[in-house]
Design a protein around this ligand. Structure first.
Ligand code: SAM
Ligand code: SF4
Length: 389
């Protein structure tokens, strides 16, 4: 087994965010993933080999993401195939793969699927929901008023079962489609819970991206929705990532402001941020559970970042904000070169110097309204595989 490497800032590798697909059945305007898969998608066997390799390099947590990972037919098969990596060999003090988590928009999480995922070995699910009413959900999910049903390919298509989100008659009724989407995500929460994902054990959480002009008015309704269901709500600062989201710093609401607004309604007690974690957490003083915020823009946490990202087509990124990745396919095709892959990934990590978020020429100016301003221009980034549960 290889020695677990440290990067140039002495950070170990700990988390792999693996994207299964670049496609999504929603078109959240802050994300806008590709409508089509890139050529050369990894196979199940190749993904398995990649996970085995990074586990040898110190990865203990796998976060499956996308695009929308529930669109991928091999999701359960991949989790099942990882079972041997879950067992800790006797005397191995580094341990093996300790946790598998999934981040999903929930639209395709039926009770059967939730049970199948649990049975396969999935331990955590984070569902994304950016509003608590139909109009807000529709706006944040990119369910724009349209002249017709979305196609089944590409963003804004709702995928299998999507027809439930609207009939020909109400296609133009964005709010009704948003209500249907909200109902579907709320059902997904129930399905995950029924399948054994326990929010009290941190196995089921809610992600929400908040933008100043998109859904800032949803902060309290979302907090109420999460509190009622015993879910930890993770508020995510709107980030300069994605393919073509036209990031506008004026749209960013800082974690501090978001938490202050919720804390003014339901007083909070700070719990801090775990080492290597992305989220700072708070406890509601009235016993209403936990709140978390991910302050990648206003308070970056590069110092102890232990995350590697691999896209659906096999590009490895050692930073969420990296502009270019390392293509791992030469070690996978046409023949598998296990030793070469281990060496390449180990070298990638050892050479890692990324501290983009801390180093960006970003002047965050808290205006009276608390909005952000920056003189810096932001890089455009390839497909995302980030922000797990
Ligand atoms: N489709 C799945 C979902 O929405 O949960 C998984 C992939 S999505 C890229 C993972 C998470 O990233 C979601 O919680 C989403 O809200 C968040 N996200 C996407 N674009 C973002 C951005 N520009 N800033 C902050 N968070 C973003
Ligand atoms: Fe799809 Fe998730 Fe991006 Fe929304 S955030 S468009 S659900 S991949």
């Amino acid at each position: 087994m290889a020695q677990a490497p440290l990067d140039r800032h002495n950070r170990p590798l700990g988390v792999l965010r693996l994207s299964l697909t670049a496609r999504c059945n929603l078109a959240c305007p802050y994300c806008l993933p590709d409508g089509q898969e890139p050529p050369g998608l990894l196979t199940l066997a190749e993904r398995l080999l990649l996970v085995e390799t990074v586990v040898d390099l110190g990865v203990h947590t796998l976060r499956l993401t996308g695009g929308e990972p529930l669109l991928h037919p091999d999701l359960e098969a991949l989790i099942r195939a990882l079972a041997p990596l879950r067992q800790r060999p006797k005397g191995d003090r580094r341990g093996r793969l300790r946790q598998i988590a999934l981040t999903s928009n929930g639209t395709l999480l039926s009770l059967e699927r939730a049970r199948a995922l649990r049975q396969a070995g999935l331990e955590r699910i984070t569902l994304s929901l950016d509003g608590a009413d139909g109009a807000s959900v529709a706006r944040m999910a990119g369910l724009a008023p349209s002249a017709g049903r979305p196609t089944t390919e590409g963003p804004a298509a709702l995928g299998p079962g999507g027809a439930e989100l609207g009939t020909e008659d109400d296609t133009n009724n964005t709010s009704a489609r948003g209500e249907a989407l909200l109902a579907r995500v709320l059902a997904a929460i129930d399905h995950a819970r029924a399948a054994g994902f326990d929010p009290a054990a941190g196995e089921l959480k809610l992600n929400a991206v908040i933008t100043r002009h998109g859904n800032a008015d949803q902060l309290l309704p979302l907090a109420a929705l999460a509190r009622e269901r015993g879910l930890e709500l993770r508020l995510i600062e709107y980030m300069d990532v994605g393919n073509r989201n036209g990031w506008d710093p004026a749209q960013v609401i800082s974690a501090q402001e978001m938490v202050a607004r919720i804390g003014a309604r339901w007083p909070l007690e700070p719990l801090g941020r775990d080492c290597h974690g992305t989220a700072s957490r708070w406890r509601y003083r009235d016993g209403g559970g936990l709140l978390a915020a991910i302050a990648s823009i206003s308070a970056p946490f590069c110092g102890d970042c232990n995350r590697l990202r691999i896209t659906a087509d096999g590009l490895a990124y050692s930073c969420l904000f990296a502009a270019s990745g390392t293509d791992l396919r030469p070690w996978l095709r046409p023949r598998v070169d296990r030793d070469g892959l281990l060496e390449a990934l180990g070298a990638l990590w050892q050479q890692r110097t990324d501290r983009y978020s801390e180093e960006r020429s970003l002047t965050i100016t808290a205006t009276t309204s608390g909005s952000m301003a920056t003189p810096g221009s932001m890089a455009n980034h390839a497909e995302m595989a980030y922000l797990g549960g």
